[in-house]
Unconditional design. Structure first.
Length: 174
Protein backbone atom coordinates (compact mmCIF):
# COMPACT_ATOMS: atom_id res chain seq x y z
CA UNK A 1 0.00 0.00 0.00
CA UNK A 2 2.77 2.45 0.93
CA UNK A 3 4.61 1.64 -2.29
CA UNK A 4 1.49 2.31 -4.35
CA UNK A 5 1.01 5.67 -2.60
CA UNK A 6 4.66 6.59 -3.21
CA UNK A 7 4.38 5.64 -6.90
CA UNK A 8 1.20 7.73 -7.23
CA UNK A 9 2.88 10.69 -5.53
CA UNK A 10 5.89 10.48 -7.87
CA UNK A 11 3.62 10.33 -10.94
CA UNK A 12 1.62 13.29 -9.67
CA UNK A 13 4.76 15.35 -9.04
CA UNK A 14 6.06 14.56 -12.53
CA UNK A 15 2.70 15.47 -14.07
CA UNK A 16 2.62 18.79 -12.20
CA UNK A 17 6.09 19.67 -13.49
CA UNK A 18 5.20 18.69 -17.08
CA UNK A 19 2.02 20.74 -17.06
CA UNK A 20 3.75 23.75 -15.51
CA UNK A 21 6.54 23.67 -18.11
CA UNK A 22 4.01 23.55 -20.95
CA UNK A 23 1.87 26.33 -19.49
CA UNK A 24 4.67 28.91 -19.31
CA UNK A 25 5.21 30.65 -22.64
CA UNK A 26 8.83 31.26 -23.57
CA UNK A 27 10.12 34.59 -24.78
CA UNK A 28 10.43 34.12 -28.55
CA UNK A 29 13.96 35.57 -28.55
CA UNK A 30 15.04 33.04 -25.88
CA UNK A 31 14.11 30.01 -27.97
CA UNK A 32 14.82 31.25 -31.50
CA UNK A 33 18.20 29.50 -31.77
CA UNK A 34 20.51 27.12 -29.95
CA UNK A 35 22.68 30.14 -29.09
CA UNK A 36 19.77 32.09 -27.62
CA UNK A 37 18.42 29.27 -25.43
CA UNK A 38 21.89 28.65 -23.94
CA UNK A 39 22.39 32.39 -23.37
CA UNK A 40 18.97 32.58 -21.67
CA UNK A 41 19.96 29.92 -19.11
CA UNK A 42 23.12 31.79 -18.17
CA UNK A 43 21.10 35.02 -17.95
CA UNK A 44 18.41 33.52 -15.71
CA UNK A 45 20.76 31.98 -13.15
CA UNK A 46 23.04 35.03 -12.98
CA UNK A 47 22.44 38.05 -10.80
CA UNK A 48 23.63 39.99 -7.76
CA UNK A 49 22.96 39.05 -4.15
CA UNK A 50 19.40 39.87 -3.18
CA UNK A 51 18.01 39.63 -6.73
CA UNK A 52 15.21 37.14 -7.32
CA UNK A 53 15.65 35.00 -10.43
CA UNK A 54 12.96 34.66 -13.07
CA UNK A 55 12.25 30.97 -12.49
CA UNK A 56 9.24 30.95 -14.83
CA UNK A 57 11.58 32.05 -17.60
CA UNK A 58 13.91 29.17 -16.64
CA UNK A 59 11.05 26.67 -16.73
CA UNK A 60 9.96 27.91 -20.17
CA UNK A 61 13.30 26.90 -21.72
CA UNK A 62 13.09 23.20 -20.89
CA UNK A 63 11.16 20.41 -22.58
CA UNK A 64 8.74 18.62 -20.24
CA UNK A 65 10.67 15.89 -18.43
CA UNK A 66 14.05 17.64 -18.86
CA UNK A 67 16.86 16.91 -16.46
CA UNK A 68 19.78 18.80 -14.95
CA UNK A 69 22.61 16.54 -13.81
CA UNK A 70 25.75 17.48 -11.92
CA UNK A 71 28.61 15.02 -11.62
CA UNK A 72 31.26 15.14 -8.96
CA UNK A 73 33.37 13.17 -6.53
CA UNK A 74 31.55 11.07 -3.96
CA UNK A 75 32.87 8.72 -1.29
CA UNK A 76 35.99 6.61 -1.75
CA UNK A 77 37.09 7.82 -5.16
CA UNK A 78 33.88 7.16 -7.05
CA UNK A 79 31.86 9.79 -8.87
CA UNK A 80 28.15 10.32 -8.71
CA UNK A 81 25.54 12.19 -10.66
CA UNK A 82 22.86 14.26 -8.98
CA UNK A 83 19.82 14.05 -11.23
CA UNK A 84 17.33 16.89 -10.87
CA UNK A 85 14.19 18.09 -12.54
CA UNK A 86 14.01 21.78 -13.34
CA UNK A 87 11.84 22.17 -10.23
CA UNK A 88 14.43 20.35 -8.10
CA UNK A 89 17.20 22.62 -9.40
CA UNK A 90 15.16 25.74 -8.60
CA UNK A 91 14.24 24.47 -5.14
CA UNK A 92 17.81 23.46 -4.27
CA UNK A 93 19.62 26.41 -5.79
CA UNK A 94 17.48 29.53 -5.61
CA UNK A 95 18.22 30.52 -2.00
CA UNK A 96 21.98 30.18 -2.47
CA UNK A 97 22.07 31.95 -5.84
CA UNK A 98 20.00 34.83 -4.51
CA UNK A 99 21.77 35.11 -1.15
CA UNK A 100 25.39 35.05 -2.30
CA UNK A 101 25.15 36.47 -5.79
CA UNK A 102 26.13 34.35 -8.76
CA UNK A 103 27.25 35.17 -12.26
CA UNK A 104 28.00 32.40 -14.69
CA UNK A 105 29.11 33.10 -18.23
CA UNK A 106 30.14 31.06 -21.19
CA UNK A 107 33.77 31.51 -22.22
CA UNK A 108 33.95 28.92 -25.02
CA UNK A 109 31.73 26.47 -26.88
CA UNK A 110 32.08 23.42 -29.09
CA UNK A 111 28.89 22.18 -30.67
CA UNK A 112 27.72 19.40 -32.95
CA UNK A 113 24.43 19.46 -34.82
CA UNK A 114 22.40 16.83 -36.63
CA UNK A 115 18.86 17.33 -37.85
CA UNK A 116 16.86 18.74 -34.95
CA UNK A 117 19.41 18.07 -32.20
CA UNK A 118 22.43 19.96 -30.92
CA UNK A 119 25.00 18.88 -28.38
CA UNK A 120 27.09 21.76 -27.01
CA UNK A 121 30.02 21.71 -24.60
CA UNK A 122 29.76 25.15 -23.01
CA UNK A 123 32.79 26.06 -20.91
CA UNK A 124 31.80 28.39 -18.07
CA UNK A 125 33.26 30.63 -15.40
CA UNK A 126 31.38 31.45 -12.18
CA UNK A 127 31.77 34.57 -10.06
CA UNK A 128 29.95 35.95 -7.01
CA UNK A 129 29.93 39.46 -8.50
CA UNK A 130 29.98 40.46 -12.16
CA UNK A 131 33.16 42.45 -11.63
CA UNK A 132 35.13 39.84 -9.62
CA UNK A 133 38.60 39.68 -11.20
CA UNK A 134 38.83 35.87 -10.97
CA UNK A 135 36.19 33.15 -11.14
CA UNK A 136 35.68 30.97 -8.08
CA UNK A 137 34.78 28.05 -10.34
CA UNK A 138 35.01 26.86 -13.93
CA UNK A 139 33.68 23.80 -15.68
CA UNK A 140 31.75 22.47 -18.63
CA UNK A 141 27.99 22.45 -19.11
CA UNK A 142 26.96 19.81 -21.62
CA UNK A 143 23.72 20.99 -23.25
CA UNK A 144 21.47 18.67 -25.23
CA UNK A 145 18.98 20.68 -27.26
CA UNK A 146 16.06 19.89 -29.54
CA UNK A 147 14.23 21.93 -32.14
CA UNK A 148 10.61 20.89 -32.61
CA UNK A 149 10.21 22.91 -35.80
CA UNK A 150 8.92 25.95 -33.92
CA UNK A 151 11.48 26.59 -31.18
CA UNK A 152 14.52 25.27 -29.32
CA UNK A 153 14.16 23.27 -26.10
CA UNK A 154 16.71 22.21 -23.52
CA UNK A 155 16.49 18.46 -22.99
CA UNK A 156 19.40 18.07 -20.55
CA UNK A 157 22.15 20.10 -18.95
CA UNK A 158 24.88 17.84 -17.59
CA UNK A 159 27.89 19.49 -15.93
CA UNK A 160 31.11 18.97 -14.06
CA UNK A 161 33.24 21.58 -12.33
CA UNK A 162 36.95 21.81 -12.90
CA UNK A 163 39.15 20.47 -10.07
CA UNK A 164 42.93 20.32 -9.61
CA UNK A 165 42.83 16.67 -10.71
CA UNK A 166 40.43 17.38 -13.58
CA UNK A 167 41.55 20.43 -15.55
CA UNK A 168 39.60 21.70 -18.55
CA UNK A 169 41.39 20.57 -21.72
CA UNK A 170 42.75 23.34 -23.93
CA UNK A 171 40.38 22.39 -26.77
CA UNK A 172 37.44 23.53 -24.59
CA UNK A 173 38.98 26.89 -23.65
CA UNK A 174 38.98 30.14 -25.65
Amino acid sequence: MALRALAWLCCFAAAVEIVSAQDIPARPADVASADSVIAAVYDVISGPAGQKRDWDRMRSLFIPGARLISVGPAAEGVFAGRVMTVGDYIQRGSASLEKQGFFEREIARRAEEFGHIVHAFSTYESRRSADDPQPFSRGINSFQLMNDGKRWWIVTIYWEAERPDNRIPAKYLP
